[in-house]
Design a binder for this molecule. Sequence first.
Ligand SMILES: [Zn+2]
Length: 338
Amino acid sequence: MYFLKKMQELLTKLQQQIEDNHIKSIKHLYHILKQTNPFKTFEFPENEVNDLELQLKQKLLQEKLNKKLSIESIELEEHNLDNLINHWKQFKNIVVMCGAGISVNAGIPDYRSKGGFYDFIEEKYPEYRSCPEQVNSISFFLRNPSVFYDLYLQSNYQSLFHAKPTKTHEFLKWLHDNNQLLRVYTQNVDHLELQTGLDREYVIQVHGTNQTSRCHKCKQEYNTKEFFANEMHKQNHFLCTSCNKGRVRPNVILFGEQLDTKLLQFHRKDFKQCDLLLIMGTSLQVYPFASFIDLVPTSCYRVLVNKQLVAPFDQKTTKRPRDFAILQDCDTVVQQIM
Ligand SMILES: [Zn+2]
């Protein structure tokens, strides 16, 4: 067991080194192996190290060149939807970041529009209207589970029980089927991206999912729909039936909670490789999600598809020449691309 544990530690360390680009050469790798191998079982003749180093250098150089060439060879004559469509097939590594705007056509209310979630709070719980975000925080949930669930059910009812994917959700699957999709990063907890049949590994639910819930103490998992359907939970103040101590909370990231660290490891690599970043139906107000847009290389086109202009895409102030905005409904835009 000791051997396995040590090997695992070594592999994890190497993996991290390679991912962080700290390994510049075979010699460097050789050196690390020599230092970290706990059993001195690793033998590597010096001349083979030199040969391998040369091969690796050539390979890395070629890969770097190919990547640079493929991104930089895409040149839109004008920054508009028609030109984007003309060059569409050239994009091979598309990352899509999406927000509530892509689910509005599925009947799911967003937060800030008229008739949205914040209007509902204003009407039913005016005492919280000065800071409506607080009702989505972990401290509010622990203090006031009945009000939390009343509001949570209101904003999630449609997506839990009735909503179907929109054209924009179908577009994500279409991108995947055309081998152009690198990953979808969604702020939405409605699960509609996955309802299209898109494989789970292509969708990062940055703020979690409303489909499942868990006990805040013992982590027992629950199906959210079944949980809501069971009136007993309300009488028990939403207590977990397994430990009878913790309250059952949705598997969404609430204000005051950290994002999944695995997810943060993931995005570093994706955004570096991206040749087209599509930002759809979001006003980029929530961090750290909004900061992801700065992780792509400057050669990458960043295109906002949203009804309203968002600050980084204002042509008067943007510092990136490959940024532009298409200010239309997402479903209307994607139907022209597909
Ligand atoms: Zn529990």
